[in-house]
Ligand binder design. Structure first.
Ligand code: ATP
Ligand code: MG
Length: 449
């Protein structure tokens, strides 16, 4: 993309309404525009990041054997009357009446609807296990929407639902989700720690929240510092292997890590003092096992191998896709702007032309742009007729992890500059080598010659 043809409405001033850094940078970098309290348009730069995060979530869900689908945002109230949650959900639910005076709602979550789909089409234990998920907009009429997309009213969420014959199988589904979530967040450059949590209105006993440590997080968390040394990394895992998934859960949940809702001071105090941490965190996901809480009242049953009709065991599992955009910025920024992890960056690399209009510099930038594009990469070429300082400030603000700087002086010596946004370190290299380095970073076959 050439910046002169793009839509990147960068703000020079700090917006007064933004209290935390991610909200400030998302507004300044032209990623979002507020349309009403807690409701945002995703401008092109923000939309790119949202889609990259969504893509990682899809890939990891599919890898775990979960099946994508799509349910609508609007739901009939009657489904929620069956589960008893229509009244329980309270003022967070946006209730709508259609022209025929039918009660509808904008879905805050989808347990009822997925249970309805299941009961309509599944009859036998032979069709289990089954995990269906979708990534869809949700609405919760939060009393205090704030911090930009971190606590919106309309937000984008992945929610998945497992259906199993037995509690044991459903707990395997729970463990499988935990493993897939660890992989998902690490691919986004995040450490998200599973912490024992409270189940709230979803209901159930077993639940973990995934928290990204950040000073601006809304949750108070208590943990053993050893937990931050754990990495899932590139392990191969067979998602059908109950013992292997269980072992990962045990590894990642054996140390103390809890939110304030489940915190137990006495247990916490048994950790050596030097390892006790009290901090704040951003909830980026949650997994639940809740058994037959919905399947019983809604009649989601299957016939088991003895010919008996039994309610299925269920769980639900959410990832805050739009909140993650903010959470990643909270975890990765400096005083100049955002620093995108390679896994989610909106463009793989920036190209800065120090002297727009200079024949050689223009030609070199065009050639680099074409080579990167041919490798399947998306560069953002700042081809504006602007001072170098202004171009650098924009690149630093929007946070692309790599920048290639091209100017007449370097070109005389056959070099361009490759700069890491994270470390600020620069290196002078011939253009082909700079391209090969970017290609290698993103795992693309380097260009020949
Ligand atoms: P919170 O405690 O932050 O209100 P929740 O526990 O009610 O969230 P869940 O039902 O667990 O939310 O939803 C799954 C995920 O969706 C959460 O982990 C979070 O990342 C995201 N999420 C929930 N509410 C919002 C919101 N208002 N804005 C943006 N993302 C949200
Ligand atoms: Mg939650």
């Amino acid at each position: 993309m050439r910046l002169t043809r793009y839509f990147l409405p960068v703000l020079k001033e700090n917006p007064a309404e933004a209290q935390i850094v991610s909200h400030r940078y998302m507004l300044r970098a032209g990623m979002i525009k507020q349309q009403a309290a807690g409701i945002y348009s995703w401008l092109p730069m923000g939309f790119r990041v949202l889609k990259r995060i969504e893509q990682i979530v899809h890939e990891e869900q599919i890898r775990a054997g979960h099946i994508p689908m799509l349910m609508p945002t609007l739901q009939p109230a009657d489904l929620w009357r069956e589960s008893g949650r229509y009244d329980d959900y309270g003022e967070e639910m946006l209730r709508i009446t259609d022209r025929h005076k039918r009660d509808m709602l904008y879905g805050p979550t989808n347990e009822e609807m997925i249970t309805d789909i299941f009961r309509a089409h599944v009859n036998s234990y032979k069709d289990l296990p089954l995990t269906l998920y979708h990534i869809q907009w949700k609405f919760r009429d939060e009393i205090r929407p704030r911090f930009g997309v971190m606590r919106g009213r309309e937000f984008y969420m992945k929610d998945g639902y497992n259906f199993d014959l037995t509690k044991e199988d459903a707990l395997h589904a729970y463990n499988r989700h935990l493993v897939s979530y660890l992989r998902t967040y690490e691919r986004m450059g995040l450490q998200a720690i599973p912490m024992r949590a409270d189940s709230g209105p979803i209901g159930g006993d077993d639940t973990h929240e995934f928290l990204v440590l950040a000073a601006t997080g809304e949750s108070e968390v208590f943990y053993d510092s050893e937990i931050t040394d754990l990495k899932f990394g590139n392990r191969e895992i067979d998602y059908d292997d109950h013992a292997a998934c269980r072992a990962v859960l045990e590894e990642f949940t054996s140390r103390y890590a809890r939110t304030d809702e489940t915190h137990d001071e006495a247990v916490f105090n048994q950790i050596p003092e030097a390892r006790r941490r009290v901090a704040r965190g951003i909830e980026v996901g949650q997994i639940f096992y809740f058994g037959t809480k919905y399947s019983e009242p809604m009649g989601a049953t299957v016939v088991n191998d003895k010919g008996e009709r039994v309610p299925v065991h269920m769980g639900s599992h959410g990832i805050g896709v739009s909140r993650l955009v903010g959470a990643i910025i909270e975890a990765s920024h400096d005083e100049k702007g955002i620093i995108w992890p390679e896994g989610v960056t909106p463009f793989h690399c920036g190209i800065v032309n120090l002297k727009q209009g200079d024949t050689e510099a223009d030609a070199a930038c065009d050639a680099i742009y074409r080579s990167l594009t041919a490798l399947g990469l998306d560069p953002l070429y700042d081809d504006r007729d602007e001072r170098a300082g202004a171009k650098f400030a924009t690149m630093d603000l929007i946070g692309l992890p790599w920048r290639i700087t091209v100017g007449p002086r370097g070109l005389k010596n056959g070099v361009v500059e490759l700069t890491s946004r994270r470390t600020g370190e620069s290196e002078e290299l011939p253009p082909e080598q700079a391209i090969a380095r970017i290609a290698a970073i993103y795992g693309k076959a380097a260009a020949e010659s």
